[in-house]
Design a protein around this ligand. Structure first.
Ligand code: ADP
Length: 303
């Protein structure tokens, strides 16, 4: 195993951010760490990259563990923290040379900086100040600095947050390109992000792993229930709907529209229509929400 995370628990004061988290990662994997805000994703990444210690447990990266060989681990890992802290007054090339200096790249510095500028698509921006760049290009600089010492593992904390759709697509392509030769682990709270980039997904909620599987198997994680988007001609009494047979849950979305979930794999449309007629209501729209990935994520993380 290239990365082994073993029974990691992290407690901040009285807040348990991670609770007995364990998994391993092999070479060739692009792993998405998926979870809602506050799930513990950043904390886990900071522990793997040796920025903070766990309360208990251990992490091994290519044979080195976080307590005995943190420097060796940092040599093997490139890390882009959340919010991508950069020196806005520095020029792109100057900044990357500065980071190369931190890693003691010595004589290789110039060549490595040029290679990384090309790899991350920064050639045209290399002589600009970082502060002049768009958010998408700043993310490229963040990824470039994380790659400068040619680490075996790249860890990216929410790398696409705040990007517009074009920038998002470009950064996803860049991450996939890097993932051809390195282990990549990225965090996100967006299911589609995992689908677009990752070969494997680890879903984390309240500090615990609730799912860990190949991305292509995500659909089989779904619980057996159906979900319908229903629009009535006016607001309804949600408690009355809950009394109907085979209805598990109803959520009001505004505009007289509701998301209604069935118990088990039942079709509840007929029940809803009959109830509406009996109560002098009209159903204007009823649409099955195909057990999509958002719903799986919701099911797994809404406990
Ligand atoms: P995520 O990255 O999934 O949003 P975090 O790892 O940032 O989650 O946070 C997990 C939990 O730990 C949250 O409840 C958060 O408030 C708490 N937490 C994170 N960092 C600290 C800290 N330095 N001190 C106290 N609590 C923290």
């Amino acid at each position: 195993m290239s990365i082994t995370v073993e029974n990691i628990t992290k407690i901040y004061g009285s807040q348990k951010a991670l609770d007995q988290v364990s998994f391993s990662i092999n070479e060739g994997e692009i792993v998405g760490l998926l979870g809602p805000n506050g799930a513990g994703k950043s904390t886990l990444m900071k522990i793997i990259t040796c920025f903070i210690p766990p309360t208990s447990g251990n992490v091994e990266v290519y044979g080195n563990n976080i307590f005995d060989n943190p420097l060796a681990i940092r040599q093997n890992i490139g890390y882009l923290p959340e919010h991508n802290p950069l020196y806005l007054e520095m020029y792109v090339r100057e900044f990357l040379e500065f980071v190369a200096g931190i890693y003691n790249l010595g004589k290789q510095t110039k060549q490595r900086v040029e290679e990384i500028i090309e790899l991350t698509g920064l050639t045209k921006e290399a002589n600009k100040k970082i502060g002049q760049l768009s958010k998408g290009y700043r993310q490229r600089v963040g990824i470039a600095q994380a790659l400068i010492h040619d680490p075996k593992v790249l860890i990216l904390d929410e790398p696409t947050t705040g990007l517009d759709p074009n920038q998002l697509e470009e950064i996803r392509q860049l991450i996939k390109k890097v993932g051809q030769t390195k282990i990549v682990m990225l965090s996100t709270h967006i299911m589609q992000e995992v689908e677009a980039i990752c070969s494997r997904v680890i879903i984390i909620n309240s500090g615990k792993i609730v799912a860990d599987d190949k991305t292509e198997n995500l659909h089989s994680l779904q619980k057996s229930s159906n979900q319908y988007l229903v629009e009535f001609n006016k607001e309804i009494d949600t408690n009355a709907i809950k009394q109907l047979k085979n209805i598990r849950d109803i959520i009001y979305n505004g505009n007289n529209t509701y998301t209604i979930t069935s118990q088990n794999d039942t079709d509840i449309r007929e029940n809803i229509f009959k109830w509406a007629v009996d109560n002098n209501l009209m159903v204007l729209t009823i649409r099955k929400n195909d057990n999509n990935l958002e719903k799986i994520f919701h099911d797994l993380t809404s406990k």
